[in-house]
Design a binder for this molecule. Sequence first.
Ligand code: APR
Length: 179
Amino acid sequence: MIVHFFECRLELVQGDITTQSVDAIVNAANSRLAGGGGVDGAIHAAAGPALLAETDSRYPEGCPTGDAVATSAGQLPAKHVFHAVGPVWRGGMQQEEQQLRSAWRRCLELAVEHSCRSIAFPAISTGVYGYPVDLAARASLETVRDFLVEHRQPEMVRVVLFGEGAYGAFSRVLEEMVQ
Ligand code: APR
């Protein structure tokens, strides 16, 4: 599914984020930047050990929830990896939505700071961290829309959904948003 906000393009695709040829890909990391399973494991496996070496040396304190840090991309087709730390879902009253929006916004800001024309996101927090996917879709896609309307960049934002369920949830929310 593709929609435009001014001259910017927002795409939803089903697939694997590690194969995306874009300027930056976003990792759903933990606050220790220690690597893990899920999309984090897939990104580190595809990028090679340089990524963990770089997060260890540049960000020894890790990264707080709701924030993101940038590294190079090792052997991935992208130029940069933005390691974003989404919230663990604890029922919705612990500022999870605010933190999820902040993680997405920080990645979009990093994209502008690094002159990225294109960026690909996974569905941050919707795996191990347990954020309900329909609620995550709304908070995430509204954040992208608001950023693109305000800043008119990056040119292309792609959300790469790993399964049919996540793709369906994100497309339903996006359809509602553009009606
Ligand atoms: N490409 C795109 N999306 C993927 C991929 C992939 N290769 N692999 C998994 N996903 C999807 C999952 O299906 C889920 O919808 O990414 C989404 C986020 O899931 P997780 O990777 O579990 O991330 P998150 O919920 O944010 O939990 C982060 O998990 O791996 C650890 O170190 C990580 O501790 C951190 C935690």
